[in-house]
Structures are given as structure tokens and as C-alpha cells.
Design a binder for this molecule. Structure first.
Ligand SMILES: [Zn+2]
Length: 432
């Protein structure tokens, strides 16, 4: 089901015209109302009159994660503070939190974007959405909530945590749609298995999973263990929260709500725009946002764009599922590798569970990576020499696929710490 066919399946020339008009209006508004943006444009030697269309976008300055510290809490505000109806922030674990301040219209935009996302999983009236994203300052919980409410679905605002209660509620209320992080869905499956919950007998049909990068291998695991169709969804606090992009039923890239959020791909080192199909850093401009608009915001997420028509009938550009982040890209002895690529290799190997941790150290000036991965019960009961053979096999598979030498250590089932939010996959002990 397409929630808003008029916008999601719009003729691309017509769409480009709307995007261009919205961009020009935005730049003019930011120049007049936000001293921070005005100063940036002046430093960059560009004025609103220089921006006549989308091709002029690259003349505008970027906004970076570092800038977000400078503008904390509300220096990007483009409306009278009395217009605000809600504020969300990121967790701020790596510095000052990022703030998104919403007007009434921004909440309506967010609800619309999330309704499009939920509809990609065929969510409609009559569905029950088990929403295990955290409610609070984090955007996940309320974002899903607003979208489901706009559609007219029944929402269970269970939020994160208390896994045993989650399982009871899933069963008793016959939830049909699950929303949470992909790693938490596997945790639910595992806990359910221990408590005798048969996922095949639940009413769950589809799961919308996001807020952390995950792989095709992990999708297969989730679909098998939870008996759902697993769709990847994407969003970030800076832009609006969840609802920026989502996979349709064909699971072949995430359609971006590009009439609302204009995407670019750039070379993270030079800032140069890159053509479709080329991997680089994803940049967004919020075309209609009122409260805290973002102009060319560098997400640090790495992906590429695809403008080919999709079988679902949507014309909106697709981004490939996240390949990683420019800041979690690991450089191991000069080789660039993302944790998600390691995951992809691991999950193709029989006997391995989708729980792993990467330990990176520097010894005598050389980087070393240890991949700790859980084996299943059957492999665990095997002979030591078979385990050693398995460790060698995994190490060789990683080398063949990614060109890195790693030490692989099989660990006991359930010995890697579980997370109820985003999984902690990498422990980097290198100094400096
Ligand atoms: Zn599609």
C-alpha cells in the first residue's frame, strides 16, 4: 500500500520543481531568521538570490555534527519559541545532544513521513503496532506512535525493556506489526524461545527495524526466527526522527521521502558531490521543516543512491541500506571495513549465532582485530579440534571477503552481552 501516492509516486520532473521551490524558500527563510545560517552563508560568499534551483545547492555550506555543539540548544531555531510544541534530543553520549524542535506543522510532517514508512509494511486500520522503540527524548517511540495514529492503527506504546512483559503483550494483544531495533528483535526471539513462546503462532506479520546498521544476513535471521517480513527503516533526530526513508515490500533499498528531505551523496574527504551509485556520505536538507531546519546536514552515514523506478510503483529515490558510518568505519592496517561487512560474512557460516563483538588493539604499532562470535549449542558441544578448524575457516572467510587478517575466537552461547537498545559491536582499545 502506498500512503501518499501523489508524492511518493510523483513524476520526477514535477518532483524536482517542488524540491527547487522549497529549497529557494528555505534558504531565504534561514538567511532572514537564523543568524547562524546567515553568518555561514556570508562566510561562504553566497546569498539567497544566488540560489535559483537544485543545481545551486552545492554552493551552500555544510552543517556538521561538530556545528551541532555550537548551536546547542536552540541556535538553529527559525520560528518564534512560542510556535514550538515538542522537543527531542539525541542521547548525547558523544558530546552535546543534538536537538530537534518541532512546530505543530513539523509534527504533522513527521506523522506523514512515518505513516508512509508504516504503510510500506502494509500497516492500516485494524493493525496492532507493538512499538518497542523507547518513548521519551529519543525520537523512535513517538515517531512510530504519530505515524500509526495518523493511519488509524492501534498502537501499543510498550517502549523498550522488560522483555518478558513484551512477550506476554505480543501474544495477548495479537500484535501484527513490530517496531524496535534489529538487535532487540533477535533478543526478543531468543528470550521467547526460552520462555516457550512460539513466534509462528503469534499474529506478527511484519517488523520495521532501524536505529542501527544491520545486514542482509541479520534480516534472514530475524525473518526466520520471528516469522515476519523484516523491513529496514531509517531516520535521525537531526532531520526529523524515524520516517526519513524506508524499504518497501521489495526490500531493495530505502525510499527517501524526498519531497520533504532532499538527499545528496558526497565524498567525505573532499565534500564533492558524487553521482548515483557511488558510495559516500549521506547529506540531507530538510525542505519543509519550520522549527530547526537543517541545510546540507552531513549525517556521517555511508550509502549510495538509486533513481531507477521501483517495482512497487514509487518513484522516490532509494538509498542502499546503510553500509556504516564515516566514524565507525574501522581502519585495520590500512584496510577500510565496516562492522556490518564483518557481520555479513559471519552470518553466512553455519553454526554461528548473530551475536559478535570486535576487539581492536594496537600491539607494537600494528592493529590487530579479534572477532568474538557465539557458536550455537550444537557446535558448542563439538570437539575442540573441530572448533579450531571452525575458527580458521571463519578467519579465512573474513580474509577472502574483506582483506583483513583477524583472530577469531568462538565463545559460548549467550556469553556476548545483549543490548535492549543499540548493540555495542566494537571495542576499540587503540589509543589516539
Ligand atoms: Zn519500492
Amino acid at each position: 500500500m502506498i500512503w501518499n501516492a501523489q508524492h511518493e509516486s510523483m513524476d520526477r520532473d514535477k518532483l524536482a520543481k517542488i524540491q527547487a521551490d522549497r529549497l529557494c524558500e528555505l534558504v531565504d527563510r534561514l538567511y532572514r531568521k537564523v543568524p547562524f545560517y546567515r553568518r555561514r552563508m556570508e562566510e561562504h560568499g553566497v546569498k539567497p538570490a544566488d540560489i535559483g534551483g537544485l543545481s545551486d545547492l552545492t554552493r551552500l555550506p555544510f552543517l556538521t555534527k561538530d556545528d551541532m555543539r555550537e548551536v546547542y540548544p536552540l541556535k538553529l531555531l527559525a520560528v518564534d519559541p512560542g510556535e514550538l510544541v515538542e522537543v527531542h534530543t539525541s542521547s548525547g553520549t558523544t558530546g552535546k545532544p543534538v536537538v530537534d524542535a518541532y512546530t505543530r506543522k513539523d509534527i504533522a510532517t513527521w506523522s506523514e513521513a512515518m505513516a508512509r514508512t508504516l504503510a510500506m509494511g502494509d500497516t492500516s486500520r485494524g493493525d496492532t503496532v507493538h512499538n518497542a522503540y523507547g518513548y521519551g527524548l529519543f525520537t523512535g517511540g513517538l515517531g512510530v506512535h504519530y505515524g500509526a495514529r495518523l493511519i488509524g492503527a492501534n498502537v501499543i506504546p510498550i517502549s523498550g525493556g522488560n522483555t518478558s512483559r513484551q512477550l506476554t503483550v505480543l501474544r495477548d494483544f495479537r500484535s501484527t506489526v513490530l517496531t524496535c531495533t534489529p538487535s532487540y528483535s533477535l533478543y526478543l526471539a531468543e528470550a521467547g524461545h526460552e520462555q516457550g513462546v512460539d513466534f509462528a503462532k503469534l499474529a506478527l506479520r511484519v517488523g520495521l527495524f532501524g536505529a542501527e546498521p544491520w545486514s542482509e544476513g541479520m534480516r534472514r535471521e530475524i525473518e526466520e526466527k520471528l516469522h515476519v517480513k523484516a523491513l529496514d527503516i531509517y531516520g535521525l533526530t537531526e532531520i526529523i526522527g524515524p520516517g526519513v526513508a524506508s524499504e518497501c515490500e521489495y526490500q531493495d533499498g530505502l525510499h527517501i521521502c524526498e519531497d520533504l528531505f532532499y538527499p545528496e551523496i558526497i565524498d567525505p574527504d573532499t565534500g564533492e558531490a558524487l553521482p548515483d551509485g557511488t558510495k559516500g556520505e549521506l547529506v540531507f536538507t530538510t525542505l519543509t521543516k519550520e522549527g530547526t531546519p537543517m541545510l546540507r546536514y552531513r549525517t556521517r552515514d555511508v550509502t549510495y543512491l538509486n533513481r531507477e523506478p521501483c517495482r512497487c510503483g514509487r518513484t522516490a529515490v532509494r538509498m542502499h541500506r546503510l553500509l556504516g558510518r564515516t566514524d565507525d568505519m574501522l581502519i585495520i592496517r590500512g584496510v577500510n571495513v565496516f562492522p556490518s561487512q564483518i557481520e555479513e560474512v559471519l552470518l553466512k557460516i553455519e553454526g554461528i549465532e548473530p551475536h559478535y563483538q570486535l576487539l581492536i588493539e594496537r600491539r607494537e604499532q600494528l592493529d590487530s582485530i579479534e572477532v568474538r562470535v557465539e557458536m550455537n549449542e550444537r557446535l558448542f558441544s563439538d570437539e575442540i579440534k573441530n572448533l579450531e578448524r571452525m575458527e580458521r575457516k571463519i578467519s579465512e572467510a573474513l580474509h577472502a571477503a574483506l582483506g583483513i587478517h583477524s583472530r577469531v575466537k568462538l565463545v559460548e552461547p549467550k556469553s556476548i552481552p545483549r543490548s535492549e537498545g543499540k548493540a555495542q559491536r566494537v571495542v576499540d582499545r587503540r589509543k589516539g
